[in-house]
Structure formats: structure tokens, C-alpha cells
Design a protein around this ligand. Structure first.
Ligand SMILES: Cc1ncc(COP(=O)(O)OP(=O)(O)O)c(N)n1
Ligand SMILES: Cc1nc(C(=O)O)sc1CCOP(=O)(O)O
Ligand SMILES: [Mg+2]
Length: 217
């Protein structure tokens, strides 16, 4: 019988090939894992369904061999097609009940929360983690709700029974503060994908999250 995979939200890479300075997605992901990334979400906003599926299949093989969960953004069909470990949905995506029915009890479902009320309402839902969306404003995604800021992160973590991951504008400069407010981890796009050395960038962030300390670069 299958079981829900254990997962560690500490350092969650969300992919974006457009920010990867021309380097292949597999390179970024492999280097990020070598640096300490604990979870990967395939989020590619400008590709066809076929390309998204092919990328998902490639990442599934790569991540399975390294024991790192693969989460698919938005697309339950692709998550099912490649037997991904889970799905991330937002407030305007497929309803969580439908995602759970399609994926079954053994897959990880993450839900973005954009307000304190949504975080509290999510306590009633059969989901596995929440994304605090966004912590800070970010040029990587501009159609977000107003940022929570650090006090917002603290409030969300205080009301939520789910583990949480902060997302939006997170870097080595502010990662420790997000963890200090109670989040289980951080989710980043540009801090790893756009870094000159993604492995080093991931290593620095992983160290900050795990040790809850700032580190001199
Ligand atoms: C970990 C994590 N948190 C939040 C989001 C954003 O989800 P959503 O609001 O559905 O926006 P899109 O990513 O679909 O544009 C996320 N993807 N991952
Ligand atoms: C994918 C995504 N979701 C967000 C949300 O607020 O829900 S912010 C975001 C992009 C995060 O990119 P960066 O780490 O480069 O700021
Ligand atoms: Mg979404």
C-alpha cells in the first residue's frame, strides 16, 4: 500500500526557467539539491501542456532518485500523469476537495493562503501545508495579494495547524526572520534559480533555515 511521503518544507525550490540565466532546468534542480533543497515544485508559466508534462516526467525521475518530493503547480492532470508526490493549488485553482479526490489520500496537497482568514479556514481542510502568499512583494510574481510582512507570517503561523512555507521576495537577507516567526520553511524562485551559483545559494539558505541564524556571505 502507498503512503503519503514524508516531506520537509525547509528549503523549497519553485522552478522558473525564464529566471535561470539560460541554464537547463535539470542543472538548476540538481545543483539546488546538492546545496540542500528539500522539496521542488515544477512551476513553468509559459509552456505547452506537452512541454510541461515532459519536464514533469524528467524531474520525477531526477527527484525520485534523490528522495526529494516533486510537487506540481496547478495541474492535477500532470501530477497524476507523472505520479508526482503532490500538487500546489492557489485560491483560484482547482478546489482542494477535487484535488484530494483526484490525487487520493497519499499525495501532498499545498494551498496558498492570502489572508489570515484563509489560513484559519484552512485548518478545516484536508491539505498538508500552506503557502504564505506572499511574504514580501516580488517581481517574480506580481499578481499577488498584499504582502503579509513578518508580523503577518507570525499571525498566520499562530492560527494555523498546518506546517507553512513563506513565499515571495525571500533571500538570505530575510530567510531567518521568516523561520523565527514560525514558518517551517521558505519557498524561493530567484534566490536559487537566478543565482550565479545555485548550489552555493541553496547551501547558504539551507544553513540559515536549519540553524535559524544569519550567515556572512
Ligand atoms: C509554495 C507555493 N506557495 C504559493 C504559490 C502560489 O500559488 P498560486 O497563488 O496558485 O499562484 P501560481 O503559482 O499558480 O501562479 C506557489 N505556487 N507555491
Ligand atoms: C510563485 C510565487 N508565488 C507567490 C505568492 O505570493 O503566492 S510569490 C511567487 C514567486 C516567488 O519568487 P521569488 O522567490 O523570486 O520572489
Ligand atoms: Mg496556482
Amino acid at each position: 500500500m502507498n503512503q503519503k511521503p514524508s516531506f520537509d518544507l525547509s528549503l523549497y525550490l519553485v522552478t522558473d526557467r525564464e529566471l535561470s540565466l539560460g541554464r537547463p532546468l535539470e542543472f538548476i534542480v540538481e545543483e539546488a539539491i546538492k546545496g540542500g533543497v528539500t522539496m521542488v515544485q515544477l512551476r513553468e508559466t509559459s509552456c505547452s501542456t506537452l512541454e510541461f508534462y515532459q519536464l514533469a516526467k524528467k524531474l520525477k525521475a531526477l527527484l525520485q532518485a534523490r528522495n526529494v518530493p516533486l510537487i506540481i503547480n496547478n495541474r492535477a492532470d500532470i501530477a497524476l500523469a507523472v505520479d508526482a508526490d503532490g500538487l500546489h493549488i492557489g485560491q483560484s485553482d482547482l478546489p482542494w476537495q477535487v484535488a484530494r479526490r483526484l490525487l487520493g489520500p497519499d499525495k501532498i496537497i499545498g494551498l496558498s493562503v492570502e489572508t489570515l482568514r484563509q489560513a484559519s479556514d484552512a485548518n478545516e481542510l484536508d491539505i498538508d501545508y500552506i503557502g504564505i502568499s506572499p511574504v514580501f512583494a516580488t517581481p517574480t510574481k506580481t499578481d499577488t495579494a498584499p504582502p503579509f510582512g513578518l508580523e503577518g507570517v507570525k499571525a498566520v503561523c499562530a492560527v494555523s495547524r498546518h506546517p507553512s512555507v513563506g513565499i515571495g521576495g525571500i533571500s538570505s537577507q530575510n530567510a531567518a526572520q521568516i523561520i523565527a516567526k514560525g514558518a517551517s520553511g521558505i519557498a524561493v524562485v530567484s534566490a536559487i534559480s537566478a543565482a550565479e551559483n545555485p548550489r552555493q545559494a541553496a547551501k547558504l539558505l539551507a544553513n540559515i533555515v536549519k540553524n535559524k541564524v544569519y550567515e556572512m556571505e
